[in-house]
Design a protein around this ligand. Sequence first.
Ligand code: ADP
Length: 477
Amino acid sequence: MKVVFVSSEIYPFAKTGGLADIAGALPVKITKHGIRTFAFMPLYKTVDTEKFGIKPINVKLDVYLNGRSYTFEVYKLIDGVSYFFLKNDELFGRDYLYGTPEGDYPDNDVRFGAFSYAVMEFIKNEGLNPDIIHVNDWQTSLIPVLTYYKYGWHDVKTVLTIHNLAYQGIFDKYSIERLNLGWDLFHMEALEFYDKVNFLKGGIVFSTAVTTVSPTYAKEILTPEYGYGLDGLLRKYEKKLFGIINGIDYDVWNPETDKHIYKNYCSFTLQNKDINKEMFLKETGLKDKSKPLFIFIGRFAKQKGIDLIIDSIDDLSKLPINLAILGSGDKGYNDFFESIKGKYENIFVKVGYDEPLSRKMYASADFLIMPSLFEPCGLNQMIAMRYGTLVVARKTGGLNDTVKDISEKDGYGIVFEKPEKHEFLNAISRAVELYKNKTTFEDLRKKVMELDFSIESTAAKYIKLYENIKYSREVKL
Ligand code: ADP
């Protein structure tokens, strides 16, 4: 079987969030199961071609849209998976992937539209002949539309994975013309969405199968509360919608081998996790090792429950805890967290994206907080548990599928229901209490380290899905 896998970000080449982690791990794992995999992403300015040995291959792709032509040069890296990086500096040679902290780049439709056409041209010119084209999120959602409608490859099956329904790629209606799509696609059953063009909607309509990243989120997005205007459409296509829980790559996230942490450890050498904590407190100026260390790592976006943290910050500063926050995102949130730097003795803040620091934090912490308003899957909680860090999470989406409250049988985390300040603070207090009970706390640490959140089982489910749709069997996962 041949699979073309397309994503706007792939770890370790470019990453803004969980999409990159999955797009990095899944092609590697399915390749190990004997599937020939060709992975595509744009060659951003930020990709370190030298470090990874990514080389040009003397192939040029011309795509015509927006009233002119765009040329992409193709770069390649073979490392089990065949990776192709499509380079056009006018579109992708920018400081950020999708936009600055002030907002999205206004020409994102042309950027990712041109990239999508370029992928199609490469597949055609090189005769790749894939059985499956697997795309991810709105950035690559035009590909199923192009596959079916523009290139007429009705035998090629397409899979769209929705990593986050809140981001749909919505543009003014003349995007239809800019992208040479034809006005016959501009209707309610195709790309039109409240008189605008919606990339993700096109992907949902034209894909053979649609997946999202946890079983709970697959149900949630059928409701108006989580559906972001597409719940009706998703209900219509419910038969081809599947929830496949993401996983993490246990080779990439492994406290036994992680080069960035202070001291490696496993579930039998948890005393070394304490050394990580000690060193981290020293490095960040936080005091008193006997207090539980809470961390938050993530995008500063409303979705992540940042307002709950901001509203509770004074209360958190008065609790017998240390708190370390690492993140970046919306300007208002960045400004707030910059403004509280050094204000509280027990709160450390770093605004920015810093993977080595994030790894030290996972290794050092006692608890990770994830007060998300919604969470399609969430990887942080899985990484945290892999590093023996317990999770305090809101009961939603993938968090609901991966964190079980200690009040339940075999529970190992702290879960709260409503995204409200008193519930959030109550959950933190429960964690503080749990921390005092050293035996239970240590047992739970060991337990979460031994749970299995690896990408292996995710990959197995995707392979099953590919096989079923390739032979058009009824899909059962
Ligand atoms: P998202 O909604 O952002 O995709 P996920 O939980 O699925 O959230 O994935 C987040 C990934 O990004 C994790 O690997 C996490 O460690 C990483 N991450 C998020 N913010 C930062 C940051 N500021 N610095 C380093 N890593 C980060």
